[in-house]
Design a binder for this molecule. Structure first.
Ligand SMILES: [Zn+2]
Ligand SMILES: [Zn+2]
Length: 441
């Protein structure tokens, strides 16, 4: 049996994740993401009009042309979680593979929303499945999902079992023992997989340079509680900016909004979409506790009321990156019927994803808010990604023979390489690959 791994995308940047695993003459594709900064930076009219190959040239999609000769051998496309850097390439790339797409129910639901939005109908069959069940792809290949924690729901590691050992794909995760929503990582399962032999671990390196253990989501919840319940906000507007897909964070905001006797409003199109996807697969029921405003008319009507009764609401919205056309951006540009006043609160329950454009946008947003004398509360957040000490524990748990650092720029992957060496791995076992490279195991 010959196993070959092709690192199609996401091995030189944070985004456009895509990996192919060939087991003799059968191929499994894991993730098909986009590179968001390329899309945000796009200067043409509408990037939706670009062809897949144009998007590849532009750097927005992983270059899967390098596995052209494998097209007919692809047996499955497996998605680890619903973030766009892992699934948003599916509408453009997956049809030619004629293989089913597997993901957890929430991941598949989010994918369907993206496809609906872009009016794309894929020929691929979509299979929603929970972690803990094995799927037989062929005589020689089985795979299963292993539950882990991350900054969105139903995130899984993907274990592909072969006669030569398991290929374990661990993008993205944190080791959170106190998640606010969902279960803890399935350590028992991971240990078990480790015992049976992990031939190769493909693992994120985003924070391999950070000497720490990423704090639990429970810590982020406490930070949010502290600024919402511990600071006088009587009669002031409160906006909590976070990622629309971060349903645990939204849960906390709803809880503290209720403690403050404020009406909680989830504002914005993408916020509405993620919440309704999660409700659809019965993970949450936020619409029973909060008002969800996804459409432009609703948003305007609600904001008019918030403008008049600012002390009665708590607004959760997007715009945490200062991205143009987000709710916060439109508010500050006075495109919506609400005006910030002195002493209003804006809580950034997020981190700026450090691309130059994001940093500029976010700075401009903060400056504009300060000009209105709004009180800013930054960094009310904890990451969804493992840091160096989590990575060490994780590698110890699953004891892989080979390691491919992934989901990062080269310097991040090299930091993970150094960690592995520190742990006793030899050069021949650690493979910093870059995009479009192949490794025969
Ligand atoms: Zn993610
Ligand atoms: Zn990611």
């Amino acid at each position: 049996m010959e196993i070959e791994i092709c690192t199609i995308g996401g091995y030189e940047q944070v985004g456009k994740n895509m990996t192919a695993v060939r087991i003799d003459n059968e191929v499994i594709i894991i993730d098909m993401g986009i590179y968001l900064p390329a899309i945000i930076n796009y200067e043409g009219e509408d990037w939706h009009t670009l062809s897949a190959n144009q998007m590849i040239d532009y750097g927005a999609l992983p270059n899967d042309n390098i596995i052209k000769e494998w097209i007919r051998d692809v047996k499955a496309i497996i998605l680890g979680h619903c973030h766009l850097d892992h699934i948003a390439g599916v509408p453009y790339l997956s049809a030619k593979y004629r293989a089913p797409i597997y993901g957890t129910p929430f991941t598949i639901e989010v994918l369907k929303t993206i496809l609906d939005d872009e009016n794309i109908i894929l020929p691929n069959k979509m299979v929603a499945m929970l972690s803990g069940k094995k799927v037989k792809i062929s005589k020689n290949i089985e795979f299963e999902f292993v539950n882990v924690t991350h900054s969105t729901l139903q995130t899984v590691m993907i274990a592909i079992h072969t006669l030569k050992g398991t290929i374990l794909y661990a993008n993205d995760f944190k080791l959170d023992n106190h998640p606010v929503l969902g279960k803890k990582p399935d350590y028992l399962k991971l240990k078990d997989i480790g015992k049976n032999g992990v031939l190769c671990l493909i693992v994120e390196s985003l924070y391999a340079e950070k000497d720490m253990k990423t704090p639990s989501e429970k810590v982020a919840r406490e930070l949010l509680k502290d600024v919402l319940l511990g600071v006088d906000n009587k009669g002031k507007a409160i906006f909590v900016a976070t990622f629309a897909s971060h349903l645990a964070r939204i849960r906390s905001a709803i809880d503290f909004g209720k403690s403050l006797n404020r009406r909680v409003v989830l504002l914005g199109r993408s916020m509405g979409k993620y919440v309704s996807s999660a409700e659809h697969v019965q993970l949450i029921e936020y619409s029973k506790e909060a008002q969800i405003c996804g459409y432009s008319n609703q948003i305007k009507a609600t904001l008019r009321d918030i403008d008049r009764n600012r002390g009665k609401y708590l607004v959760v919205c997007t715009g945490s990156q200062g991205e143009p056309s987000s709710i916060l951006d439109k508010l500050i540009n006075k495109q919506l019927p609400f005006r910030f006043k002195e002493g209003d609160h804006v809580i950034f329950s997020c981190k700026t994803i450090p691309s130059p454009l994001n940093i500029t946008n976010r700075q401009a947003l903060e400056d504009a808010l300060k000009k209105e004398k709004v009180r800013l509360f930054l960094d009310i957040h904890q990451s969804g990604h493992a840091a160096r000490e989590d990575l060490r524990d994780f590698i110890n748990l699953v004891k892989p023979k080979n390691i491919i650092p992934a989901h990062g720029e080269l310097h991040m992957e090299q930091a993970l390489e150094n960690l592995a060496k520190e742990m006793g791995y030899h050069d021949s076992q650690i493979h910093v690959m870059g995009n479009g490279k192949r490794l025969i195991l």
